[in-house]
Every structure is written in C-alpha cells, then in structure tokens.
Design a protein around this ligand. Structure first.
Ligand code: PGA
Length: 248
C-alpha cells in the first residue's frame, strides 16, 4: 500500500510572519491525520520559522529547490547541507517553473536529485508536458525523457514523482481524472522499466489546479497517490481539506 502524500508548494509566497500565521491555524486542523504524509514547502527565508513550529508535529518540511554543490562560489544558491541544517527532510526538484524560467535541463535536475539523496533529503521530482507538447501528441515522449534523464543512476528509494501538466498549473484547468490516470499509469510503467517491482512502491502525485473540490475524484484514480498543491495550499482551511480528502 502506498501511503498518500499531500504537499503544499507555496512558491514565492509567505513571509516568515505569514508562515507562522498559517501554521498556527493549520496544525490543529490536521493534528489527528495519521494516514497521510503531509508536507509544506515554504520559500527559503521562511524555512526556519516553519521548522520551529512543526517540530514534533505530523508535518514535514520541504524546500522548493536546491543546488547540487555542498558549498562554494555559487552566488545566490542554497546547498543540501544548508537545507538539512534548517530542518528540511524533503526537496522539490525539477518544477516546471524552474525548467521554464530558469532553464533547468534534465541533466541539472538529475545532478540536483543526486545531491539531495547524497544528503538524505527525500525528493519530490516534478515532470509534465507543456500544452504544445500535449497538442502535438508528445506527452508520453516528454514524460519518458524526463523520467529516464532525471532519474539516471538514482536509486528508487525516497523518490516521489509529481506529474504536473504545465497547462494545468495555476490556470484553474485541472486534468480530467482520465488524463491524470493515463499519465500516471504511463509513468509507473516507465518507473517499472527502470526499477522493476520497486516501482509499485513509488508515490506518484498529481499537480495542477488541485482544489478541495477536485481532490476526492483525483485520489480515487488507481495510480494517483497524492497531490502537489500550489494556489489552494496558501489558505490553511483549504489545504487541510485537501489533506483530509474523501472525509466528507
Ligand atoms: P497550482 O500549482 O496548484 O497553483 O496549479 C501546482 C504546482 O505548481 O505545484
């Protein structure tokens, strides 16, 4: 059985003060949830405030990105050592916004995943096709390339894959459950080709305009094991409802 995994990607939102206010409201709402891995990914500057508040709780801390060297002359970058030092146990790697705006290639994504694993950070590895790629019938080709290049020489343990069709991110256009399941099933087949039976244990999250309204039907899909949530994770009540999917 794959334990559901629900993660909040706050992107460039929430100061340390806003992070504290969110957690003051959110932690009591999910205190009794035991059967779901709950993760929040605040911006770097809010990680220490979040770490202090979630200590001893059932919420795990993630960063939104990482650099692949431990230290050195890389102005503006944050290393795996710095993330574990502030209490992160997870990191999002390869988000489509990083690939699109910061030109991160599959090769860079792969280096970042290896660096994270070297320091025992669990990885939320993002993949997904753009609208033009879907319309050109290239969805599976893109997913195959991203899985194979991103996970090259990476062991399967401690990897969670997030399928986020780029056209569904922040647009209010969610993939249908049919589209999500089709992509997730294909991704699991690619993972099986890489890892054999261990692919059955890898959680595959759906991301892209997930809301309290559509989470239940998404979670009903056989190969959807959780969600990576942007906009709807910024309000404590809304994210708590997503964490408590199928609790009517
Ligand atoms: P969204 O973002 O839920 O706002 O579409 C998801 C993501 O980019 O991880």
């Amino acid at each position: 059985m794959r334990k559901p995994f629900i993660a909040a990607n706050w992107k460039m939102n929430k100061t340390a003060g806003e992070t504290r206010a969110f957690l003051d409201e959110f932690l009591p709402l999910v205190r009794d949830v035991q059967d779901v891995d709950i993760v929040i990914a605040p911006p770097f500057t809010s990680l220490p405030a979040a770490a202090a508040l979630i200590k001893g709780s059932n919420v795990l801390l993630s960063a939104q990105d990482i650099f692949y060297e431990d230290k050195g002359a890389y102005t503006g970058e944050i290393s795996p050592v710095m993330l574990t030092d502030v209490g992160c146990t997870q990191v999002i790697i390869g988000h489509s916004e990083r690939r699109q705006y910061f030109k991160e290639s599959d090769e860079i994504v792969n280096k970042k995943i290896k660096a994270a694993r070297k320091h025992n950070l669990d990885v939320i590895f993002c993949i997904g096709e753009a609208l033009e790629e879907r319309e050109a019938g290239k969805t599976f080709d893109v997913l195959k390339r991203e899985v194979e290049e991103g996970l090259k020489d990476v062991p399967s343990d401690s990897i969670v894959v997030a399928y986020e069709p780029v056209w569904a991110i922040g647009t209010g256009k969610t993939a249908t459950t049919g589209q999500a399941q089709e992509a997730h099933k294909y991704i699991r087949e690619r993972l099986s080709a890489l890892y054999g039976g261990a692919a059955q244990d890898i959680r595959i999250l759906y991301g892209g305009s997930v809301t309290p309204e559509n989470i239940d039907s998404l979670m009903d899909c056989a190969d959807v094991d959780g969600a990576l949530v942007g906009g709807a994770s910024l309000k404590a009540g809304s994210f708590a409802r997503i964490v408590k999917f199928n609790c009517k």
